[in-house]
Ligand binder design. Structure first.
Ligand code: ATP
Ligand code: MG
Length: 506
């Protein structure tokens, strides 16, 4: 591992590079998002890019793909300098970016989205037909129908579609900005298979992830950024391990969280769900104790996400009852407003659709839901609002000059922290979180799990919907694995391990 860029690579080594950046810097006003980055990516390799939320990863790949202009520096593709790079130019040169937040054209079909801007280079019609055939075959293995309107896809399917488009682009350099966030285990394996196949044919990848195990599994080389600087570069990933990677990312040792399950709530008191039936949902009974953390997991469409959404009134049910301790049984809420009034809060996995309000400040975004709650009660205490927001701003380590900055200047992971802070600030009775640490870095993930632990000890019942089995193993008292709309397995206490969950949820 070198902690500085090599002074001058040999001529041969330079010829082996698909991509090289020289002294790349990016400033936003007085803020340095990147400082003099020097980096070479070997042709036909998978190169990992790691760093905390706000370290500068998306900024760097944004510059390489022509989406953002650097303040200084040069980009070389196959040894040739690219000047005034923009997205069109870079895509024509074979550089494709799959952005952190999926981008699709909502009113077009899946197939049209997949083929977007990819024109057959030669032999016109024949090549075009072959491309369509290939695309159909590729889609067949993913469970996404070719003719479906892309706007109707859920967050995971949108992400998959973006990845497929890049894989299909014929590009020679493919950049994936956190492609695996909220993908299931089989989806990840499928993606890694694609990547290995394409690497064998000479395609170069730049791969951003907050999962150390993925970096160790798929990458040949890795670069770590911290606060806009390149702090480590390693051409031999085999010589590293997960805790070493975390140390490079954080600049200190990672303090892993583990919930103390000997303190898990016992007894009957809590929330009872019964007779829940929907389109693809059939849960006869589920009891969640007061202060319990329950994980929901399983393959997409099998019911984990569907039940969570239904409980917040986002997906209609044919039937279903909910009873909070010592209260009468009621119908499962049919709208988010009803759910909210019952004391249920929900974090969606789709930040673009129902996430942050970009032009508002961090403080305003955190205050949004709890403000509504307090207006309902007829009082808005500005002092209290300030205090709650500042507390989450600090506890979640949101990287920004102050809580008054606009949310749309924050990095992806920091926006996710704002969404989470907003939901936590409502202090509900039942907190439902869909992929709560998606896109959040290794250090802050542990902080989030600690906050959930504290909230639960204060009596909040929590449902975590997650494909991140490590997160469930660290935070949950009990994990429900969904299959065909039912709870097929329940793993509890000491039986919860990442291996067991992985095995049951495939
Ligand atoms: N338009 C902008 N104006 C001001 N600051 C910005 C702007 N865009 C990005 N930044 C800042 O640049 C820094 C780097 O952001 P970047 O999105 O590259 O981080 P990242 O490493 O991708 O983080 P994450 O893991 O959260 O996605 C952040 O501190 C961010 O707030
Ligand atoms: Mg990013």
């Amino acid at each position: 591992m070198t902690t500085q860029a090599a002074p001058r690579a040999s001529v041969q080594a330079q010829a082996d590079l698909a991509l090289r950046v020289e002294n790349i810097s990016k400033r936003y006003g007085a803020f340095h998002a990147l400082r003099s980055i020097n980096l070479g990516i070997r042709r036909g390799s998978i190169h990992g890019l790691l760093g905390e939320n706000g370290a500068g990863k998306s900024t760097l790949v944004g510059i390489i793909s022509g989406q953002r202009a650097p303040s200084e520096g040069r980009i070389f593709l196959n040894g040739e300098e690219i000047q005034g790079a923009d997205v069109k130019r870079m895509e024509a040169a074979g550089v494709f970016l799959v952005p952190q937040e999926p981008m699709i054209i909502e009113h077009m079909s899946v197939m049209e989205n997949l083929m977007l801007g990819l024109w057959p280079a030669s032999r016109g019609f024949i090549a075009w037909r072959r491309m369509r055939e290939n695309a159909t075959r590729m889609l067949a293995g993913t469970g996404i129908e070719a003719d479906r309107l892309a706007g109707s896809l859920d967050a995971v399917a949108r992400r998959k579609l973006n990845i497929l488009r890049a894989m299909f682009s014929g590009g020679s350099v493919i950049i994936l900005d956190e492609p695996t966030a909220s993908l299931t285990v089989p989806d990840r394996l499928q993606l890694f298979d694609f990547m290995r196949q394409l690497r064998a044919s000479g395609v170069t990848f730049l791969f951003i992830s907050h999962f150390n195990d993925e970096i160790l599994d798929i990458c040949d080389a890795v670069t770590v950024l911290r606060d806009g600087e390149l702090v480590a570069n390693c051409e031999e990933v085999g010589s590293l391990n997960s805790s070493r990677l975390s140390e490079f990312v954080l600049g200190r040792e990672l303090d892993l969280f583990q919930r103390d399950r000997t303190l898990s709530p016992k007894g009957e008191e809590g929330i009872r769900l019964s007779g829940v039936r929907g389109d693809r949902l059939d849960v006869a009974r589920l009891d969640i104790r007061t202060g319990e953390i329950v994980g929901f997991t399983g393959l997409p469409g099998e019911g984990a996400k569907e039940l969570a959404r239904s409980l917040f009134g986002l997906a209609p049910l044919q039937a279903g009852q909910i009873a909070f301790a010592r209260e009468a049984t009621a119908r499962v809420p049919q709208t988010p407003d009803q759910a909210f009034a019952m004391g249920i809060a929900y974090l969606s996995d789709d930040r673009r659709r129902d996430g942050v309000v970009g032009h508002l400040s961090i403080r305003e975004n955190i205050a949004l839901s709890s403000l509504r709650q307090r207006i309902r009660r007829g009082l808005v205490d500005r002092g209290q609002e300030q205090q709650v927001c500042s507390s989450y701003f600090t506890r979640m380590g949101i990287k920004a000059g102050s809580a008054d900055e606009a949310v749309n200047t924050l990095s992806g992971g920091n926006q996710q922290k704002v969404c989470l802070g907003r939901v936590l600030a409502t202090m509900p009775r039942l907190l439902i979180l869909d992929e709560p640490t998606r896109g959040i870095d290794v250090g802050v993930k542990q902080d989030v799990l600690r906050i959930l632990d504290q909230l639960s000890r204060a009596g909040v019942s929590v449902i975590i919907v997650s494909t991140d089995v490590d997160e469930l193993a660290r935070a949950a008292d009990r994990v429900c694995i969904f299959q065909r709309g039912r709870i097929a397995h329940v793993v509890e206490g000491d039986d919860i391990s990442t291996d067991r969950l992985r095995q049951l949820s495939q």
